[in-house]
Design a binder for this molecule. Structure first.
Ligand code: NAD
Ligand code: TDX
Length: 341
């Protein structure tokens, strides 16, 4: 039995990864370590009813808790735990620097202390900054790290911390840099679930700026399968860009959601732009495709429809969030009250 230590496994992508790995492998057990911040949710794991899954509530910055929780003979650490929302990092960066940088260092130290075979860092395309509008440029693994938001800066710093652990102490590390994920169980502060939830409830859909920023969307399970490939066969010390060649203008994503739900486009409300808003992300995934034989399995049309269906069928999950602290966040962020559900 191989033992994995997964951090952030109660969040959006981490919980999808845990589910997929347990479903597709019989010889793996997982310690799932998560602080359950506002973004962590045990509901995300409620169908993971498996003796091979152990959940531990803990903070990746807490050295003793981490050392106690990493199992002896651990094969790999997968670090999903992070503060992940750009807008929150613009409001206050402290927690981003703490979790995303110090937390990564603590985990790397634990990997060394416990002789963990491989450390997989879940990074992001945002560390490479922004591409020019309407250009043919793409992020490759050789693109310079040019983070623009406090969130992206903290994730880029984590990559440097990782590099130092490898160069100085020989920790076996690999890194994934993925584009924008979408799918079930994504916290509704992010574009796609926010727009779906608002459209379902006839709340206005707040689009930043001119709506012409471009994001490169990938279905969450495709990202998780790429992480698996990188863990299995990625070259030590390397980063792999992950993307599904699926660039979209934000405004087109929002209109597709309204059309799928049969809601009018006049729910769209253009609002003040995000500070330092990255214009375009576009990923060249040739390395992970050619070296590791990864390809996305989900089409955009099917992925978006199945995501919308999940939110329609799980309105209690969304309402729990929308009726909690998120209401205050929303009001402070958008200057508007969400309708009661
Ligand atoms: P998320 O916000 O949904 O989940 C983050 C999880 O980490 C939560 O369960 C939270 O409780 C946990 N966490 C936060 N601080 C912690 C701490 N100090 N100790 C332990 N656990 C803590 O985020 P997500 O969208 O699932 O993203 C997961 C990872 O993937 C992040 O590292 C993010 O940077 C990266 N990533 C995300 C995207 C995306 O589009 N969402 C794209 C590329 C990379
Ligand atoms: O209300 C909104 N209106 C809007 O126009 C929100 C929340 C977003 N947007 C725009 C901003 C972006 O151009 O939509 C786009 C996507 O925004 P987010 O969902 O906040 O994602 P982004 O800022 O692109 O960052 C995401 O991708 C990379 C994730 O949140 C990161 O965790 C990941 O690393």
């Amino acid at each position: 039995m191989k033992k994995f230590f997964v951090t952030g496994g109660a969040g959006f992508i981490g919980s999808a990864f845990v589910r997929l790995v347990l479903e597709e492998n019989e010889d793996i057990s997982i310690v799932d370590f998560d602080a359950l911040t506002y973004a962590g949710n045990l509901e995300n794991l409620k169908d993971v009813d498996d003796a091979r899954h152990t959940f531990i509530r803990g903070d990746i910055c807490d050295r003793d808790s981490v050392l106690n929780a990493v199992p002896d003979g651990c094969d790999a650490i997968f670090n999903f735990a992070a503060e992940s929302h750009v807008d929150r990092s613009i409001h206050s960066a402290d927690e981003f620097l703490r979790t995303n940088i110090i937390g990564t260092q603590v985990l790397l130290d634990a990997a060394r202390a416990k002789n963990v075979r491989r450390f997989v860092q879940i990074s992001t395309d945002e560390v490479m900054g922004s591409l020019p509008d309407e250009s043919d440029d793409y992020f490759t693994e050789d693109s310079p790290l040019q983070p623009n938001s406090p969130y992206a800066a903290s994730k880029a710093a984590a990559e440097f911390v990782l590099r130092a652990a490898r160069e100085t102490f020989g920790v076996d590390t690999v890194t994934t840099r993925c584009g924008n994920n979408y799918g079930p169980r994504q916290f509704p502060e992010k574009l796609i679930p926010l727009m779906i939830a608002n459209a379902i409830n006839d709340d206005p859909l707040p689009v930043y700026g001119d709506g012409k920023n471009v994001r490169d969307w990938i279905f969450v399970d495709d990202h998780c399968r790429a992480i698996w490939k990188v863990y299995e066969n990625g070259r030590s010390g390397e980063a792999y860009n992950i993307g599904a060649r699926n660039e979209k203008y934000n405004i087109d994503v929002v209109k597709s959601i309204l059309d799928a739900l049969g809601k009018p486009h006049d729910l769209i409300a253009f609002v003040t732009d995000r500070l330092g808003h990255d214009r375009r992300y576009a990923i060249d995934p040739a390395k992970v495709e050619d070296e590791l034989g990864w390809k996305p399995q989900m089409t955009w049309e099917n992925g978006l429809q199945s995501t919308i269906d999940w939110y329609l069928n799980n309105q209690a999950w969304v309402d729990n969030i929308r009726n909690g602290e998120y209401r205050n966040y929303y009001k402070a962020m958008y200057g508007a009250e969400l309708k009661a559900t």
